[in-house]
Design a protein around this ligand. Structure first.
Ligand SMILES: [Zn+2]
Length: 673
């Protein structure tokens, strides 16, 4: 294959700019990455070799324009490596990751290039630049500094070595989690399914059948399976077995992640100190909305004590329930969801299995589309002529109220073993308008357990899963409705602790009476769901904020070498972590912070939720959660603005004031805890 014939190196010419998935060989990525890195280097050399003094246009804008083929290959590779994960892709992952990381370091350590960026930065206020251009210059300058541009030669060498090692460790961490998750299954017979809703049994049977096993039922270590089984199974011994297998992943076994964690923490700390930061948390948060770990911790601590008090009340109630049933046991982590479900059923008359009957995947996806229609005037058209990377992937053309194309959306909602766990949104192409109008291509991935063929769209979701679908859809809208000039300011390229704001915000609609009614739910079920929303906030708050606090603490630890397992345990003791709740993510499989971008930034979920709670209260206060004025302000000031201005400025432009920190306490029903 030549460069001219390699589809990975050519611009995508499919409908709406879609990539030619069917023509892409999974074993071609390494070569395409290598070639497109070489092309990018040549572009960067041309920028450096200019005789004219550095200007915004010939340096910063030229950098924005450079590396387009590389961006295409990189975005495509990350999309596939998370959702397709063939052997060829898995084998190439570490190598590609290493090359991309080395290339990024080489750019920051290109002295000529850095000097040009620094020159534009020094005169940014006297160059007649727009505010978004000034921000772009400042972000570019900061990114060169964070990449080690100001270090001595020896410092740069050490920085490069650290980056290379961190990138390799992150890949290994993620692959360990995937391997450990797939290495275990709860293999059940029909008489062991007591309590499980039929949807879960059908999905479990389909999984066993796919392996050629009849009359067997396979529950996996995917979080969706875990949550469902712990909620419904009446078999305490099996709940315990599943919970123990889930929480033991990568903890001392053949996929042990503790040594990787220890090494990553030491390297992150060394890198931060090399760059002049106190520790990794200060380094990681320098470009966040919180700015400082102390501000992030303060918000987490505000939630922690009331969350723990509420969790203690919940635990007492659940223990009373166990006692009243004559169960001679102490409430354990594998009991919590099961008995909480009993409370929801008895106190709020909430029948979650009945709710799931109305939460069919196709219907919930359509409800999300309809919500975007009512809020922003968008409509979604199935494009059967556009192929995805798997038969489960659907392609949708998104149109604005005036009929113009907003962008292309791929949806990939069903679990497959080769997929990474969880749910996420990504971009194959970002919106920008430097040299003409470029429309975004966005994808959504989840791991909902599929109903058996042929009608996989009839897959039934829990309320939490429907919420996840709306959450990721909120990220998609952020990418789709972006309206900025420069690609690096596009859509979701905002601070970590701001990026979860549009997604958290979107979750409000799936539990709104209007959307639930549109899904065909009777009124008593809707009110049961809404009343039960207030229940369980102790558990939910503690498992989330506990992760955020330990993540912040471990990345501020001043010791060069620590035993991370002992550190985490000591932190949990000091916090008084309720052991029957436990962390939402134990550290050996905490991919957000060891194989994602959320190190020292897991607090971002709660931080963004505080913005969301405040924003949604404004909608509720109008008496119409589809209020057209507020919706159009949200679209313009939050979604369209991307990272073209400071996130606080965007929030203030939306509501005309700074965020109100107490809204989150109200949203989590913790004010009286
Ligand atoms: Zn999110």
């Amino acid at each position: 294959m030549t460069e001219q014939s390699d589809p990975l190196l050519q611009p995508w010419t499919g409908p709406l700019g879609a990539p030619p998935f069917a023509r892409i060989g999974d074993d071609q990525f390494l070569r395409a990455v290598t070639t497109s890195i070489a092309w990018h280097k040549a572009e960067l050399d041309a920028i450096c070799e200019q005789v004219a003094p550095a200007t915004f246009e010939n340096t910063i804008a030229a950098l924005e324009r450079s590396g387009e083929p590389l961006a295409r290959v990189r975005r495509l590779f990350w999309a596939l490596s998370s959702a397709k994960g063939t052997l060829a892709i898995r084998e190439a992952e570490a190598d590609i990751s290493a090359r991309l990381s080395a290339h990024a370091v080489a750019i920051s350590h290109n002295d000529q290039l850095a000097a040009r960026v620094f020159a534009v930065h020094a005169s940014r206020h006297e160059s007649g630049l727009t505010p978004e251009q000034v921000r772009l210059v400042e972000d570019s300058h900061a990114s060169f500094l964070r990449g080690g541009a100001a270090l001595t030669r020896a410092g740069k060498d050490r920085f490069a070595a650290i980056e290379a090692r961190l990138s390799a460790l992150a890949v290994q961490f993620g692959q360990n989690v995937l391997a450990a998750t797939n290495a275990w299954v709860l293999d059940l017979e029909q008489n062991e399914l007591e309590g499980l809703p039929s949807a879960i049994c059908e999905a479990a049977a389909a999984r066993a059948a796919a392996k050629g096993l009849q009359d067997r039922y396979h529950i996996t270590l995917d979080r969706t399976d875990l949550e469902a089984f712990l909620t419904f199974s009446k078999r305490r011994d099996l709940r315990e077995a599943l919970w123990r297998a889930f929480t033991a992943r990568c903890d001392g076994d053949q996929h042990d992640n503790w040594p990787i964690i220890a090494e990553m923490l030491a390297l992150r700390r060394e890198r931060a100190v090399l760059l002049g930061y106190a520790d990794h948390a200060h380094y990681a948060l320098a470009d966040s909305m919180a700015h400082d770990p102390a501000a992030a911790s303060a918000l987490m601590r505000q939630l922690w004590a009331p969350g723990k008090r509420r969790a203690a009340q919940e635990a007492a109630e659940l223990q009373a329930l166990i006692d009243s049933e004559g169960g001679d046991v102490r409430l354990a982590p594998w009991d919590w969801r099961f008995y909480a479900e009993q409370v929801r059923r008895t106190r709020y008359a909430l029948d979650t299995a009945a709710a799931a009957e109305h939460l069919r995947l196709d219907a919930v996806r359509q409800a999300a589309f309809d919500t975007a229609g009512r809020l922003y005037g968008l409509s979604f058209y199935r494009r059967a002529d556009i192929e995805g990377y798997h038969p489960d992937v659907g392609a949708w053309e998104v149109k604005d109220s005036n009929g113009s194309t907003v962008g292309l959306l791929f949806t990939d909602y069903l679990a497959r073993p080769e997929k990474h766990g969880g749910a996420w949104m990504g971009s194959l192409r970002v919106q920008e308008a430097m040299d003409g109008d470029v429309r975004p291509i966005v994808y959504l991935v989840a791991n909902f357990a599929a109903a058996p063929p042929p009608d996989r769209g009839a897959t039934r979701l829990s309320i939490d899963e429907a919420r996840t679908l709306f959450h990721e859809f909120g990220h998609a809208l952020h990418g789709l409705l972006s309206r900025v000039t420069y690609p690096s300011q596009s859509g979701t390229a905002v601070a970590r602790d701001f990026v979860e704001f549009p997604s958290k915000f979107m979750e409000n609609w799936i539990v709104s009476p209007q959307v639930l009614a549109d899904l065909g739910m009777p009124e008593d079920l809707i009110s049961a769901i809404r009343e039960a929303e207030a229940y369980g906030q102790g558990f939910a708050t503690v498992e989330l904020i506990g992760c955020a606090l330990v993540d912040l603490a471990i990345h501020q630890n001043p010791d060069a070498q620590i035993d991370p397992r002992a550190f985490v345990e000591a932190q949990l003791d000091a916090l008084g972590m309720p052991r029957a709740v436990g962390l939402r993510h134990r550290f050996p499989y905490f991919t957000h912070i060891f194989d994602g971008g959320y190190s020292a930034a897991y607090y971002s979920y709660a931080w963004s939720e505080a913005l969301d709670a405040d924003a949604f209260e404004a909608f509720v206060a109008t008496g119409d959660i589809f209020d057209p004025d507020l919706a159009s302000r949200f679209r313009e000031e939050i979604l369209a603005a991307g990272n073209s201005r400071d996130p606080m400025a965007s929030f203030q432009a939306f509501l005309g004031r700074a965020p109100d920190g107490t809204a989150l306490m109200r949203a989590r029903h913790l004010l009286d805890a």
